[in-house]
Design a binder for this molecule. Structure first.
Ligand code: ZN
Length: 165
């Protein structure tokens, strides 16, 4: 038990995650019906499988642009939310290449939590399964998809993502 808790803590500390940067970015547009920021609904091929997973859990199709953008570490990805309601996601390609499968999943689910579910951050720590002081939500400001607590408690985190506000 102690070993597991230590691993979670180390994982959080080592996180090259998005926190504490603001990745839920509000952007104002020119009031004169400026739609130049509306871009084709393209999804980067290596990200598509994670959008597919989200859609399965969400039980609905999601239409959103997700591509690599000009982001600097520690920002793994951002959800841009424009004042006319348009939303899209940019991902840090360098950090994406270094992430494992669940690390990638948590980053994309987190951004879709902002962009599609309109959730903000939740940095509450709680007991999740056998882990104490674990992130309560995928909407934690820090990435933790590569941690044991996420790996061992997938279904808890999925349920929390879609049920909580
Ligand atoms: Zn965020």
């Amino acid at each position: 038990m102690l070993m597991k808790q230590t691993l979670v803590l180390i994982s959080l500390l080592n996180s090259c995650g998005r926190g504490p940067v603001d990745d839920f970015v509000k952007k104002n547009i020119n009031p004169q019906d400026d739609t130049s920021h509306h871009r084709p609904t393209v999804v980067e091929p290596s990200i598509q499988p994670y959008l597919d997973r989200f859609e399965l859990l969400y039980k609905a199709d999601v239409s959103i642009r997700i591509e690599f953008g000009d982001l600097k570490s520690p920002t793994a990805a951002v959800c841009n939310t424009w004042s006319d309601g348009y939303r899209d996601i940019d991902v840090n390609e360098e950090m994406w290449r270094k992430e494992g499968d669940l690390g990638r999943e948590q980053v994309i689910f987190h951004e879709l939590g902002h962009c599609i579910l309109s959730r903000g951050h939740n940095d509450t720590l709680t007991t999740v399964g056998a882990y104490k002081n674990a992130p309560k939500s995928i909407m934690n400001s820090y990435t933790f998809g590569d941690s044991f607590v996420y790996k061992d408690n997938n279904s808890y985190y999925y349920t929390e993502l879609f049920r909580e506000k």
